[in-house]
Structures are given as C-alpha cells and as structure tokens.
Design a protein around this ligand. Sequence first.
Ligand SMILES: [Zn+2]
Length: 166
Amino acid sequence: MQPQKSRPGAGTAHATTSRSHDNPIDAVLHRLEKVKSTGPGKWQALCPAHDDKRPSLSIKEADDGRVLLKCWTGCGAAEITSALGLSLADLFPGDRRSLHQHGTGPMRRPFDYRDALTGIAHETLVARLIIEAVNSGEDVDADALDRLALAETRISDALAAAGGVQ
Ligand SMILES: [Zn+2]
C-alpha cells in the first residue's frame, strides 16, 4: 500500500467522499506528485516514469471514466502505470470480476443483451489499449496480459450467457 496523498481540491468545495476510491482517476491522482488541476477533468503532474523536474505528465479523465495519460517526453502509459504501482487495467473503470461473477451467467434470465454488449465494448477497448502499448514498443507487464486474458474470459462468458455457439 502506498501512502495516500490528498487529491488536489480535497477539502475544498467539491469533496470527493461520494466517489469510490476505485475510480481510476482517484487511484492515479493519489499516487502522483505535484498534481495541479488544469481544467475540468484535466490535471498535470510530475511524470513518475522519468526524472521529471517540471510537470510533464497530462492526465485526463474521459467521459466514460477512463484515464488518459500523456507524458510529453514520450513515456508510455504502461511505463507510467507501472511506476505508480498500477497496471494499464487500472486506467479503466469497472470492477475486475468476470461477467459470469457479475451475474450475467447462464442461470440469469432474461438475458440482457445491452449489458452484455456494453461489457464486450468495454473489454474490446481494454484490449485495444494494451495492444497499442505493445505496438508502440512499451514494456507491457504481466498484469496487462492477465487483463487481456480476463477480457477474453468475459467475452466468452457473455457468449455462454447468450446461449453459446449455435
Ligand atoms: Zn515521462
């Protein structure tokens, strides 16, 4: 466990008590240093992946809760998350249980296609991010590969829940 750092703005008007600490943005901001808000859903901080003297890391919270990281000296998202003790998967909202554990298993009726497709879209996004990291030569950690395997499990679970392959 890392010591908790206060989130910028903590104690001011918008307290974050109602938001779960499982939020990707909170997990990321808590671990960064010299965090400064630069606009709604945007921050700047010291990049943990290189010897940063001036904040060169841009952090952005996407509408869907994803965290986007951009280091202006070129550190990759995988390097940055691993320097924070996180993995790429931690940049995504949502719990890490499979769809099966999530209650979308074969026993559940009626089957919710919208839920399942939303889950699959999310898993595809996770896979895309990890593949992009690999493609750009980043050192992808074991957690990211585990997460990729979880994506496949979840999609297979969704298929099973929908009645399996015809
Ligand atoms: Zn950097």
